[in-house]
Design a protein around this ligand. Structure first.
Ligand code: FAD
Length: 280
């Protein structure tokens, strides 16, 4: 099965972390030939310098195009324009445009309320200079009023100029398939690439899932809980679950696969090998 692949990283906090990430991106570039490597961005600009350094290193050294994430909450139009210009000067061609969540302690939401406003601003400021990805939520965003409103807000981002979407992670193939069907019915035709989160650490995954509204189905939570401190068995089981999910996503026609790497190469490479996935 050949399919476009992409991988997501967070910016490391130290020089040592940056050196390790270089080794990880090299390993993934060689094994998977990804379409792009994306780099997260702390809302309110909290990781701005580290994100830029990581994006630069990937863009200039890894042989794989970098796609910076850009979250707008807590930012000004002038600040976002300056970042876009910096990225354009670096030769960046793809941006992941997000609202982000206002960091605790920060009160001023700034000039943007929603990601759709950021997408419109990028188009206004940079024209077609960037391919714009946005976030999608097959299990719906935790702050949305209801499923219908969330889909309508997703459509706003597409109408504002998004070219593609990457989903929040999920472990229910049905949630993804129904979301894609619902989008089809609303004439949303951009590719909706599933985001895939490997299962390596239950405590961390449960914390993330509670924070971002991704559903850990009860059967999965219970199975993972039961492994306790037996990390090897947990990883083996988690690997099997995510291999099956990945193979199912390819089978139902996902237009690409985006991996939340947590800055690790080996679990992603094993996942692709065992799911029989090869880069397009
Ligand atoms: P939006 O699309 O603006 O939606 C946010 C909420 O507002 C939704 O509930 C939506 O239904 C609602 N809404 C939208 N428009 C309207 C409207 N006009 N009226 C009323 N309600 C509306 N966060 C980061 O800080 N940095 C990152 O690098 C990052 N990377 C991510 C990558 C991916 C692939 C994903 C899925 C998420 C990422 N996030 C990141 C998390 C994201 O910022 C949060 O989920 C955030 O809460 C919502 O961002 P959004 O871009 O989806 O917002």
């Amino acid at each position: 099965m050949t399919i476009p692949l992409s991988c997501e990283f967070f910016p490391p906090k130290s020089d040592d972390g940056a050196a390790k990430l270089r080794a990880i991106t090299t390993e993934l570039a060689t094994a998977l030939c990804p379409e792009y490597f994306s780099v997260t961005f702390g809302a309110g600009g909290s990781t701005q310098e580290r994100s830029f350094a990581t994006v630069s290193a990937i863009q200039l050294e890894s042989g794989v195009p970098a796609a910076p994430h850009l979250s707008c909450i807590g930012s000004t139009r002038a600040g976002i324009a300056a970042i876009l210009d910096q990225y354009q000067a670096l030769g960046i061609k793809r941006i992941v445009a997000l609202r982000g969540d206002l960091p605790s302690g920060m009160r001023d939401p700034g000039d943007f309320r929603y990601a759709s406003e950021l997408v419109a601003f990028i188009r206004q400021h940079s024209g077609d200079g960037f391919h714009i990805e946005v976030a999608a939520y097959p299990e719906f965003h935790p702050q949305s009023l209801n499923a219908k409103a969330d889909l309508q807000h997703f459509k706003h981002k597409v109408d504002a100029g998004a070219d593609g979407a990457i989903t929040q992670y999920f472990y229910s193939i049905e949630a993804y398939s129904r979301f894609v069907d619902d989008c089809d019915k609303r004439q949303i035709t951009i590719p909706i690439v599933p985001g895939i989160m490997p299962i390596n650490n239950y405590t961390q995954l449960a914390r993330f899932s509670d924070a971002c509204g991704a559903d850990l189905p009860r059967w999965l939570r219970k199975r993972l809980e039961a492994f306790g401190d037996d990390m090897d068995s947990l990883r083996a089981f988690g690997h099997e679950v995510v291999v099956n999910l990945t193979a199912d996503l390819v089978r139902v026609g996902a237009p690409g696969l985006h991996f939340y790497t947590m800055n690790q190469a080996a679990p992603i490479i094993a996942l692709c090998q065992d799911a029989g996935v090869h880069p397009a």
